[in-house]
Design a protein around this ligand. Structure first.
Ligand code: NAD
Length: 287
């Protein structure tokens, strides 16, 4: 069997089309142009690429976008003061602090991110939004897992009653993915670096989500025949070569559907960010 390849481009275009309609609705009904402010501290080259990409996608969809560049030597207090200023600015609907932060302030990451107004927290990392996700009233949900769920829906993949296994328990991917899949009535197991007999667990999965950060970690023998594989991993193994957490070439012979890397989940993250900016704008208008 050769799996259906779940191309990120196809799904991200659909998500962006929806977002564009949302932007138009906000403009026509409320005279509001949604806006996103992305703060980048320092000169991490990968972060600069991600931020440019977010800015470009905003422009494409008619979302106002502002990139706030702060120097490598920015202190925690200066960054928090900037966030406070943006929280108070009614013309800004979404605030995102690009990670990773420079080493000097990295230890304060939690305090810094928690300073963002929960209604402007388009990354969905604030404890308020995490709490709402856990209790089943999600508002702003982290973009990558939200994108994975949206893709499964758009691809017509059934979740209700399925066995789902997630490898990875990070706050950004693994944990929110657990709650999203559980809220859709999957039976979910979360595996991590201390899980015993991992292949035994992963072979039970109808839907297997890999969010580990280890190239080609998930091999064909860890996959149940006809499983759906969502590969969140992005691993650079050579200057111009990215691979996922799944051994794609062999896995695609066993799975029924699989996301490629690059060209899979990565494209959905930015598209879902745009949807979160629209959602945040609506939440602020309702307040
Ligand atoms: P993380 O480092 O925070 O978490 C990795 C998880 O993998 C941990 O929970 C750990 O317990 C688990 N793990 C590590 N070794 C393991 C092992 N041997 N067996 C089982 N579990 C193991 O990573 P993250 O932020 O969740 O990111 C994971 C991957 O997803 C990375 O490659 C990252 O680049 C990628 N990512 C992609 C996007 C996107 O837009 N597509 C977004 C976020 C993260």
């Amino acid at each position: 069997m050769t799996a259906r390849i779940l191309e990120g481009k196809e799904f991200s275009l659909k998500i962006k089309e929806e977002a564009k309609l949302g932007v138009e609705e906000l403009k026509n009904k409320f005279g509001v142009t949604p806006s996103l402010a992305v703060v980048i501290v320092g000169e991490n080259p990968a972060s600069q690429v991600y931020v440019r990409n977010k800015h470009k996608t905003c422009e494409e969809l008619g979302i106002r976008s502002e990139v706030v560049e702060m120097s490598e030597s920015t202190t925690k207090e200066e960054l928090i003061a900037k966030i406070d200023e943006m929280n108070a600015d009614k013309s800004i609907n979404g605030i995102l602090v690009q990670l990773p932060l420079p080493t000097a302030i990295k230890a304060h990451e939690e305090e810094i991110l928690n300073r963002i107004d929960p209604l402007k927290d388009v990354d969905g990392f604030h404890p308020y939004n995490v709490g709402r996700l856990v209790t089943g009233s999600p508002t702003l949900v982290p973009c990558t897992p939200a994108g994975c769920l949206k893709m499964l829906d758009l691809a017509g993949i059934e979740i209700d009653g399925k066995r789902a296994v997630i490898i990875g328990r990070s706050n950004i991917v693994g944990k929110p993915m657990l709650h999203l899949l559980m809220s859709r009535h999957a039976t979910v197991t979360v595996c991590h670096s201390h899980t015993k007999n991992l292949p035994e667990v992963t072979r039970e999965a109808d839907i297997l989500v890999a969010a580990i950060g280890k190239p080609k970690f998930v091999t064909a023998d860890m996959i149940k025949p006809s499983a759906v594989i969502v590969d969140v991993g992005i691993n650079r193994i050579a200057p111009k070569k990215l691979v996922g957490d799944v051994d794609f070439d062999n896995a695609k012979e066993i799975a029924s559907a699989i996301t490629p890397v690059p060209g899979g989940v990565g494209l959905l993250t930015v598209a879902m960010l745009m949807q979160n900016v629209i959602k945040a704008t609506r939440l602020q208008l309702e307040k």
